[in-house]
Design a protein around this ligand. Sequence first.
Ligand SMILES: NC(=O)c1ccc[n+]([C@@H]2O[C@H](COP(=O)([O-])OP(=O)(O)OC[C@H]3O[C@@H](n4cnc5c(N)ncnc54)[C@H](O)[C@@H]3O)[C@@H](O)[C@H]2O)c1
Length: 261
Amino acid sequence: MSQRFAGKVAIITGGGAGIGRAIVEEWTRDGGCAVICDLDLHAAEKAAAEVAAAGGQALALRVDVTDLDTIAGMVPATLERFGGLDALFNVAGNNMMKNVEEANDEEWRFIIDTNLTSVYRCSHVAIPEIKKRGGGVIVNIASTAGILAENRCAAYSAAKAAVINLSKNMAMDFARYNIRVNALCPGGTWTPRIRGYMARFPEHEKMMTEVCAMQRMAEPHEIAKPAVFLASDDASFITGAALVVDGGMTAGKRFDLFDSI
Ligand SMILES: NC(=O)c1ccc[n+]([C@@H]2O[C@H](COP(=O)([O-])OP(=O)(O)OC[C@H]3O[C@@H](n4cnc5c(N)ncnc54)[C@H](O)[C@@H]3O)[C@@H](O)[C@H]2O)c1
């Protein structure tokens, strides 16, 4: 079994479910220690227990990425348990179906806080410790919505586009400390949240698959594997990139007529 992350410690926000949870599994399967930070402590503890049952090491913490107090406790708890920090996966995020006319100030700030300011805040506390290890990696989960804006997702589209550019900025600022920073842009992915949503709006699944060259959505591990790749030595010359993992959703426009003439 590969142990490419043996001795490495990663914080994974939103690690209790969905894409974050799949990243926890991929990271620990290859020997990494995971600090699972989630708003939902029960989900984080369940994930940590499953890692332990599989022979890995994980710590569960209740962290709200919009709350400075809980973020402040994240790194000290990591150091106490594992003695250092090598990687940060900023995964926690949230969407809201509102355009700029519909959204009020509080709703706008909540989405920007959860998806964008969280990346700044968590990176701000993690980078000093990553520097002490002589370098490391940060992977920020953005979205295809950060590349092609989605209607009625005003704050989310804006936040995810900003996450991509913030990742490029951080790549430039911290390369001198041997810290690589990349964004990953998933397309539609079958996480529990999306499954719940699709159960309410089944017509959305048809729409999501029709706009995708591969005509399907991703499983969480299809996003998690490229995320941990970016955190691995195999990606040693990749920094400031926005890796699109979307089954061809943003590759171009498809005209069915062209296939029939
Ligand atoms: N699922 C998709 O189709 C999709 C597509 C593109 C991008 N993304 C992005 O991927 C990331 C993960 O999405 P997902 O679908 O796996 O989400 P999810 O809702 O399935 O899981 C998110 C986890 O984050 C936790 N969380 C939510 N708010 C939090 C907060 N304030 N602080 C800490 N933890 C919090 C939740 O408790 C949950 O455990 C998000 O940034 C999302 O925008 C998802």
